[in-house]
Design a protein around this ligand. Structure first.
Ligand code: PBG
Length: 334
């Protein structure tokens, strides 16, 4: 006798049951994006006429010091907990010795003080790397075509101390030199800045997605060669984990994965393995891709929220994103 297959009268699991209404979907959402998860990167210029929209980052502007103060006030109003300052420095003051990097009067340090004046409760994060002040656009000193490690670390320490002195809450070494976290932590402790935190750009890849940023800080035309001798090869996963392990052991308080969207696997693994505060940087090229497509009508604006929610699902505590103010406004309306 041929056996008749048993066809159930209804699907064994109706997973659509809990997707039926907004209330049920809200009740069963596993992750949420809130304004507290955002860090807003801002560009501050000291160049006369340097302010205004960055062509490869539509909707993002280089700000004057006054503009930076207004941005800080806006961040406070919107509930964004932190801004991260990126300097657009005078090209005539870029040198091989990068002395301006640790000048208390450089535009980055002036911006820290200006923001702390108007928004003392806003967390101010900085970037530590020599590129905004380096004539050749590299994050470290260049000697005979080589980006030298240990001399650069000594300069980064001076840069960090100037930023801490100016009132920064969180220092973000983005340079990828070896040994910098231990050197920074030791110097900060010795100088009495024991409460200044370090968010290490620990898993920072040699990425093509930084292109618009280099336009924004005026480094694109200058960069001699590429950054592959110090940033991580996009092919590598284990190496990123070793970087994170090393930086946490050296005293990093928080760690970052950068870029973000193509590296969500790394975000997840870093969070699961180290259980440390973990952040992703949705970098300039990711912003340009999404915003460009939105402005062309090729994608809907909802991809902005979706892309950020996915970082939360991947284990990130927060995201540095140029969408921060727009997202904060959207979340406030919801
Ligand atoms: C510089 C730095 C870069 C970014 C943050 N800090 C560029 C680079 O490494 O060349 C990129 C951020 C972005 O693309 O949004 N050390």
């Amino acid at each position: 006798m041929p056996s008749t297959p048993i066809v159930p009268a209804f699907p064994s699991a109706r997973l659509r049951r809990l997707r039926r209404t907004p209330a049920l979907r809200a009740l069963t959402a596993e992750h949420r994006l809130s304004v507290e998860n955002l860090i807003w990167p801002i560009f501050v210029t000291e160049v006369a006429g340097g302010e205004g929209e960055i062509p490869s980052m539509p909707g993002v502007e280089r700000l004057t010091l006054d503009g930076a103060k207004r941005a800080a006030e806006r961040a406070m109003e919107l509930g964004i907990p932190a801004v991260c300052i990126f300097p657009h420095s005078d090209p005539d003051l870029k040198t091989e010795a990068c002395e301006r990097a640790w000048d208390p009067e450089n535009i980055g340090n002036r911006a820290i003080r200006a923001i702390k004046q108007v928004a003392p409760e806003l967390a101010v994060m900085t970037d530590i790397a020599l590129d905004p002040y380096n004539i050749n656009g590299h994050d470290g000193f260049v000697r005979n075509g080589i980006i030298v490690n240990d001399e650069t670390v000594a300069a980064l320490v001076r840069m960090a101390l100037a930023q801490a002195e100016a009132g920064a809450d969180i220092l973000g070494p983005s340079d990828m030199m070896d040994g910098r976290i231990a050197a920074l932590r030791t110097a900060l402790e010795d100088a009495g800045h024991k409460d200044v935190a370090i968010l290490s750009y620990a898993a920072k890849y040699a990425s093509g997605f930084y292109g618009p940023f280099r336009d924004a800080v005026g480094a694109s035309g200058r960069l001699v060669g590429d950054k592959k001798t110090y940033q991580i090869n996009p092919a590598n996963r284990e190496e990123a984990l070793r970087c994170v392990a090393r930086d946490l052991a050296e005293g990093a308080d928080m760690v970052m994965v950068k870029p973000g969207m193509p590296y969500l696997d790394i975000c997840r693994e870093v969070k699961d393995r180290f259980a440390a505060p973990t952040y992703a940087y949705q970098v300039s090229g990711e912003y340009a891709m999404l915003e460009g497509a939105i402005r062309n009508g090729w994608l809907g604006r909802e991809v902005m929220l979706e892309s950020l929610l996915c970082f939360r699902r991947a284990g990130c505590d927060g995201v540095l994103t140029y969408f921060a103010p727009a997202v904060a406004e959207l979340l406030a309306r919801e």
